[in-house]
Design a protein around this ligand. Structure first.
Ligand SMILES: Cc1cc2nc3c(=O)[nH]c(=O)nc-3n(C[C@H](O)[C@H](O)[C@H](O)COP(=O)(O)O)c2cc1C
Length: 312
């Protein structure tokens, strides 16, 4: 009887991440879900709270030479180097196909200079179908910019201030785990006007072929992602959620609904599913279904009650 009541109970899964309301807390992570439509046949895009697009630069970019993805124990190393069609072609060629879907679209932007970040944000201003901008100040795989901004609180704030000045869209800033104190960068970007913070990007890593003695990646170093990074990500989400007032979006090694729930309880208002998409292309939908099932099973009527509920 009690179980039936719980099963038929209406549950609220909707969350707010800095001015963007998601129908549920599950998003896809940049660079692991293409421009969205690549996955249209394998899962229901309407079932996801939001999609984050592959990183976009001001002009099209070819990225790094191969090999640029290798599997590691419990994860993968990548050095894609932000191959993309550029912001203008994204708007004309990729975005229109996403408009019929009932999900929130975040572009993810990357610049070599502060001015480039601002210029990309400006191109997205007033474009229907873009609901938010994720600012990547944390890419370890490009020679200029990227991570250089993400490891310095002053440079990070400069990027956010410049983007903020050119856009009325909600701004989510994506932080790097490759720092000593992530809360310092988090506070700095919050002060510069970020509406939300997402973390973590990949951890800098390297692998070597013992027979050829050559690095596994042509770029020598790359970004580690997948289950191997999850405990680091949970720790950082927990610390950042306590350090700032704006919402935090957590990611790093989420393969299952249980993983996602751990992030929510640590303090994330939403999550992003990344490497899991390479293993199971419908992973994000399964995570959303699993969160619903958990809420029903536990008799929790609002997912927001879980956010930051960790008992320390
Ligand atoms: C192949 C690949 C490409 C990625 N490209 C981007 C990107 O363009 N922009 C970005 O901000 N993050 C990028 N990331 C980082 C992911 O969005 C995510 O932060 C990271 O992989 C941790 O989550 P995960 O362990 O669930 O994959 C990429 C990750 C992978 C594996």
């Amino acid at each position: 009887m009690q179980m039936k009541e719980i099963m038929s109970q209406t549950i609220n899964t909707s969350v707010d991440i800095g001015g963007v309301r998601l129908a549920n807390p599950v998003m896809t992570a940049s660079g692991t879900f293409g421009y969205g439509m690549e996955f249209d046949e394998v899962l229901n895009l309407n079932r996801l709270g939001g999609l984050v697009m592959k990183g976009l630069s001001l002009y099209p970019s070819k990225g790094n030479p191969p090999p640029r993805i290798v599997e590691t124990s419990c994860g993968m190393l990548n050095a894609i180097g932000l191959e993309n069609v550029g912001i203008d072609r994204f708007i004309t060629e990729k975005l229109p196909a996403l408009k019929p879907f009932d999900t929130k679209i975040f572009i993810n932007i990357y610049g070599k200079t502060v001015q480039e970040y601002a210029a990309i944000a400006e191109r997205a201003e007033g474009v229907a179908g873009i609901h938010g901008i994720e600012v990547n100040i944390s890419c370890p795989n490009v020679s200029a910019g990227g991570l250089a901004f993400g490891v310095d609180p002053v440079a990070a704030a400069e990027v956010v201030t410049a983007v903020r000045a050119r856009t009325s869209l909600p701004v989510m800033v994506k932080l790097s785990p490759n720092v000593t104190d992530i809360t310092e960068i988090a506070r700095s970007v919050e002060g510069a006007g970020a509406d939300s913070i997402s973390l973590i990007n990949t951890l800098t890593g390297m692998g070597i072929d013992i027979h050829t003695k050559k690095p596994l990646l042509a770029n020598v170093v790359g970004g580690l992602s997948g289950p191997a990074v999850k405990p680091v990500a949970i720790r950082m989400v927990y610390q950042v959620a306590k350090a700032v007032k704006i919402p935090v979006v957590g990611m790093g090694g989420i393969m299952t609904a249980e993983d996602a729930l751990e992030f929510l309880i640590a303090g994330a208002s939403a999550v992003q599913v990344g490497t899991a998409n390479f293993v199971n292309p419908d992973a994000a939908e399964k995570v959303a279904d699993g969160i619903d099932a958990f809420l029903r099973e536990k008799g929790i009527s609002d997912v927001n009650d879980l956010i930051g509920s960790v008992q320390v």
